[in-house]
Design a binder for this molecule. Structure first.
Ligand code: G16
Length: 541
């Protein structure tokens, strides 16, 4: 085994987006591309010599190749030990759990999350810090700066590690431990939720369909839901992680999990259905005939947290990303707890959680979690719902309706325009910016603009400032339209337009109908067809 210093040259564009560096697999397969980024991480973070790192991914194509490279580079850079998931598998929430439980220096997650996989699909890499959460912007900015001036990387010439054998081995002086990626996470879930009550629910004949979308959650859901909680075998479908996710798009939303929604609208529907994404941090909850809005899910979990043993001590506060509906704010106001509004990106919740300000946080993009880890957590959210159903004896639909009756309803939807030409998408945002000073006071039918701005976040814990986090139009009745460009896409630009409209009395409208006026206003103000070249969004959530 010998240590090599390999000369390299910077690649443009290795700037982490909303959640790590995500590119086409073919981009990552270029000589030294992954190596450059990994060396930039080691050159940026300090104090890892002799310490432990956690490593794993969602099993997508290139996962295995990348893991072997990272192991050899970790050894060459002086890491003391790497804990790597069996067969390279480790969900994002389980990685956060393991980092925290074993007090490691940090971890590396290989995933492009909900983006498609396979040789033609996407790949990604993300560095998580010692609190178990994604590296904050100041760290990712520094990694990017290093990548743009990189001249060489360090790697050890060694044989590949057998990831299909649990136990320890060595590369040079570095210990490699191939560990069971489910065990610690499953223990944590059992310590939060009332597993006895959920077991009793299944024993009474309650039915669930859990779609793991051939992504990372299959082994977790099999062991926890079918194994520990006694749900019948076959409850978890698409349970085997596949490098191309079986050709599907592992994004649990009404478009990419349409089969699940169709099933739940059929006479064969189970009592509840749920799906998780590529790396297991997103979740979708489905009742008979409808999907629960992620913003509502966050609000409902917060309002009912007292039914879950892990949160019986109370809720300190809540946070949501800015484009997420204000449903949880109403719950927080009634509970008398603070609520925070952060930019899109899970990394912005880290300080609030570490500072003890919040118990729950969530996003409209199908992410919900709590202070138990520092990532969003798909299976956690599903277990939370099961816990609520077990304790109340209610249905998914029943819980949602009762919530609206008590708090009113935030009609909410997100419209995505995918693969828009980047220059045109930026021109659209500039066009909106140019109107910010003139929109206030303008009437659009019954809607009057109260103010319009571009969201800047001032982190209340460390004082950091994040600018350009979305353009917001507020109306006098409390409705909002938000425009932002996604930071997770890999082809062109994805424009996201978010709609939020509150009604305390009319609770049973179809969301797109309830939001029709706001949708028309957005189309006019942003000249959507002209800039996007599309007359309809490609995804509606
Ligand atoms: C990531 C981030 C989330 C964010 C989502 C969408 O999720 O962790 O915080 O809400 O992307 O971001 P954007 O609107 O910029 O595409 P994931 O599940 O992809 O890691």
């Amino acid at each position: 085994m010998s240590l090599k210093l390999v000369e390299t040259a910077p690649y443009e564009g290795q700037k982490p987006g909303t959640s790590g560096l995500r590119k086409r697999v073919s981009v990552f397969q270029q000589p030294n591309y992954l190596e450059n980024f990994v060396q930039s991480v080691f050159d940026t973070v300090e104090g890892f010599t002799g310490k432990t790192l956690v490593l794993g991914g969602d099993g997508r194509f290139h996962n295995d190749v990348a893991i072997q490279t990272i192991l050899k580079m970790a050894a060459a850079n002086g890491v003391g030990k790497v804990m790597v998931g069996y067969n390279g598998i480790l969900s994002t929430p389980a990685c956060s759990c393991v980092i925290r439980k074993h007090k490691t220096f940090g971890g590396i997650v290989l995933s492009a999350s909900h983006n498609p996989g396979g040789p033609q699909g996407d790949f990604g890499i993300k560095f998580n810090i010692a609190n178990g959460g994604p590296a904050p912007e100041k760290v990712t900015d520094a990694i990017y700066a290093k990548s743009q001036a990189l001249k060489s990387y360090r790697i050890i010439d060694a044989a590949d590690v057998d990831l299909s054998a649990l136990g320890t081995t060595k590369i040079g002086d570095m210990v490699v431990e191939v560990f069971d990626p489910v065990a610690d996470y499953a223990d944590q879930m059992a310590s939060i939720f009332d597993f006895d009550a959920i077991r009793a629910l299944f024993a009474k004949g309650f039915t669930l369909r859990f779609d793991a979308m051939h992504a990372v959650c299959g082994p977790y859901a099999k062991r926890i839901i079918e194994g520990m909680l006694g749900a019948p075998e076959g409850t978890v479908i698409h349970a085997e992680p596949l490098p191309d996710f079986g050709g599907h798009h592992p994004d649990p939303n009404p478009v990419n999990a349409k089969d699940l929604l169709d099933f739940m609208a059929s006479p064969d529907a189970t009592d509840m259905a749920a799906a998780t994404d590529g790396d297991g941090d997103r979740n979708m909850i489905v009742g008979k005939g409808f999907a629960v809005s992620p913003s509502d899910s966050l609000a409902i979990l917060t309002a009912n947290a007292f039914l879950v043993p892990g949160y019986a001590g109370g809720v300190k506060g809540v946070a949501r990303s800015m484009p997420t509906s204000a449903a949880v704010d109403r719950v927080a106001d009634i509970l008398g707890i603070p609520h925070y509004e952060t930019p899109t990106g899970w990394k912005f919740f880290g300080n609030l959680l570490d500072d003890g300000r919040i118990t729950f946080c969530g996003e409209e993009s199908y992410g919900t979690s709590s202070l138990h880890i520092r990532e969003k957590d798909g299976i956690w959210a599903i277990l939370f719902w099961l816990n609520l159903l077990a304790k109340t004896g209610d249905s998914v639909g029943g819980l949602v309706e009762k919530h609206w009756q008590r708090f009113g309803r935030n009609y909410y939807s997100r419209h995505d325009y995918e693969s828009v030409d980047s220059a045109r998408a930026n021109a659209l945002m500039d066009h909106l910016r140019s109107q910010l000073d003139s929109l206030a006071g303008r009437s659009f039918g019954a809607f009057i603009v109260e103010k319009a701005d571009e969201f800047t976040y001032h982190d209340p814990v460390d004082g950091s400032v994040s600018e350009h986090q979305g353009i917001r139009i507020f109306f006098t009745d409390g409705s909002r339209i938000i425009f932002r460009l996604s930071g997770t896409g890999t082809v062109g630009a994805t424009l996201r337009v978010y709609f939020d409209h509150y009604d305390a009395k009319k609770l049973d409208l179809a969301p797109q109908a309830a939001l029709a006026d706001l949708i028309a206003i957005a189309t006019e103000v942003a000249r959507l067809p002209e800039f996007t070249g599309m007359t309809e969004p490609t995804v509606v959530t």
